[in-house]
Design a protein around this ligand. Structure first.
Ligand SMILES: Cc1cc2nc3c(=O)[nH]c(=O)nc-3n(C[C@H](O)[C@H](O)[C@H](O)COP(=O)(O)OP(=O)(O)OC[C@H]3O[C@@H](n4cnc5c(N)ncnc54)[C@H](O)[C@@H]3O)c2cc1C
Length: 344
C-alpha cells in the first residue's frame, strides 16, 4: 500500500541494500527495497552474474549470481520485505516527520518511511540505448528494453538486438514462445559465453531462430504499434524489411547518480559523503556501499556489508532511541524479525 509508513526504505537492491534489509529484519524494523532494475543483485546481476568472486569472506569462491541467490534466501525468504523493482526513486523529501520518496511507478508514486538507507551503488541502472534510430516514439508501442514478463513476447515476431550474454540468453529463452525470433547484431561474432553461442548456432541451424549478423536496426514502421523493422547490412549497406511486432534491445546497462545528485546530499567524487556512522548530510538518511565516499573508502562487497550493519543500526536507533546499538549475537537470538511463511 503506497501510504504505508515503513521504518526504513532501502534504495538499491545490490548486495549492500539486500544486507541492509537483512539487518533491518534482525532489528525487527519494517523495511522495503526499491531498485530501478527489474531484478535484485545490483552490479552482480547487471554486470557480471557468471563471474566468480574470490574475496567475499567465508566464500573461497562464489559466482556473483549464486551470491545474489544466497542474499535472496537470507533476506527475502526470512523477512517481510516488499520489493519495488523496475522503480527509480526520483526525489526524496522530509514532510511531517516522514521521508517521502517519489518514484517512477505510477501505481506507487510515493513511498513513505521514518528513515532511508541509500545503498544506490553508482546510481540507478538504466538500459543502454542506440544513438539511432530515434526510438522515443516507439516506447510502449513494441520497443522493449527489459523482459519483465515473457508473456509479452509469446506468439510475436520478435527481434532481439545485441551481441552480449543477455542478448544471446534472451534469444534462446524467447525463441520457443515467439512466433518467429531473430537475433540482430552489428558484428559477426557474439560476446556471449562459448556454450551459449554454440547453442545459438545450433538453434539457428535447426531453424528455431534467425541470426542476423552483421546487421543493425535502421528504421521502424507501423501504424500505431510496431509492425516491421528495416535492417541494414553493416558492410554493404543493403536494406531489408522484416516483419516484427516486438523489438527487444539488450545492449547492456549504464548507471547515473542521476536524480540522487539533486537530493541535497553532500556529494564528492560522484559519491555521497558519510561519516563513520554512515550519516549523510540529511538527518534522516544514511548511506552505505559503493554510493558512499569517506577517507580510506574501499568499494567492495565485504565493506558494503559492514557499512550496511552500521547504517541500519543508526537509522533504527533514530526511530527507537532506546534500542541497544550492539545487537545481541544471532547465535543466541536466532533470527528475531523472521516472518513465518514469507514467500520466496
Ligand atoms: C566486473 C566487476 C567485478 C567486480 N568484482 C568484485 C570482486 O571480485 N569483489 C568485490 O568485493 N567487489 C567486486 N566488484 C564491485 C562490487 O560489485 C560492488 O562493490 C558492489 O556491487 C556494491 O554493491 P552496492 O549494493 O553498494 O551497489 P550496486 O551493486 O551498484 O547496487 C546499487 C543498486 O541501486 C540501484 N539504484 C541506484 N539509484 C537508484 C534510484 N535512484 N532508484 C532506484 N534504484 C537505484 C541500482 O539500480 C543498483 O541496482 C566488481 C564490480 C564489477 C563491475
Amino acid at each position: 500500500v503506497s501510504d504505508e509508513v515503513r521504518d526504513l526504505t532501502v534504495v538499491g537492491a545490490g548486495p549492500t541494500g539486500l544486507s541492509a534489509a537483512f539487518w533491518a529484519g534482525m532489528r525487527e524494523a519494517s523495511v522495503r527495497i526499491v531498485d530501478a532494475l527489474p531484478e535484485i543483485g545490483g552490479q552482480l546481476t547487471a554486470l557480471y552474474p557468471d563471474k566468480p568472486i574470490f574475496d567475499v569472506p567465508g566464500h573461497p569462491v562464489v559466482l556473483a549470481k549464486d551470491l545474489v541467490e544466497l542474499h535472496r534466501r537470507q533476506t527475502l525468504e526470512q523477512f517481510d520485505v516488499p520489493l519495488h523493482l523496475g522503480t527509480t526513486v526520483e526525489s526524496i523529501a522530509h514532510e511531517d516527520d516522514v521521508v517521502v520518496l517519489r518514484t517512477t511507478d505510477p501505481e506507487q508514486p510515493e513511498l513513505r518511511s521514518r528513515a532511508v538507507v541509500l545503498a544506490a551503488g553508482h546510481g540507478a541502472f538504466s538500459p543502454r540505448r542506440p544513438a539511432e534510430p530515434d526510438l522515443a516514439p516507439w516506447e510502449g508501442r513494441g520497443v522493449h528494453w527489459l523482459v519483465t514478463d515473457r508473456a509479452a513476447f509469446a506468439g510475436r515476431r520478435v527481434l532481439v538486438v545485441g551481441g552480449g550474454d543477455s542478448a544471446c540468453d534472451w534469444a534462446l529463452e524467447l525463441a520457443p514462445v515467439a512466433e518467429r525470433l531473430g537475433l540482430v547484431h552489428r558484428r559477426d561474432t557474439f560476446r556471449g559465453h562459448e556454450a551459449t553461442v554454440r547453442r545459438l548456432h545450433e538453434a539457428a541451424a535447426a531453424g528455431r531462430l534467425d541470426l542476423r549478423v552483421p546487421w543493425r536496426v535502421h528504421t521502424l514502421h507501423g501504424d500505431g504499434a510496431l509492425e516491421a523493422v528495416t535492417l541494414q547490412h553493416v558492410e554493404d549497406g543493403r536494406l531489408e524489411e522484416v516483419a516484427c511486432d516486438a523489438l527487444l534491445f539488450q545492449l547492456g546497462f549504464k548507471t547515473a547518480l542521476g536524480p540522487l545528485a539533486g537530493w541535497g546530499l553532500q556529494i564528492e567524487r560522484g559519491a555521497i559523503v558519510v561519516d563513520q556512522l554512515q550519516r549523510t548530510s540529511l538527518p534522516w538518511a544514511w548511506a552505505c556501499g559503493d554510493v558512499t565516499t569517506t577517507e580510506g573508502k574501499l568499494k567492495l562487497i565485504a565493506t558494503g556489508y559492514a557499512e550496511a550493519a552500521v547504517a541500519v543500526a543508526q537509522a533504527v536507533r533514530s526511530i527507537r532511541p532506546d534500542m541497544r546499538l550492539q545487537p545481541p549475537y544471532s547465535t543466541t537470538t536466532g533470527v528475531p524479525g523472521a516472518v513465518a511463511g514469507v514467500p520466496s
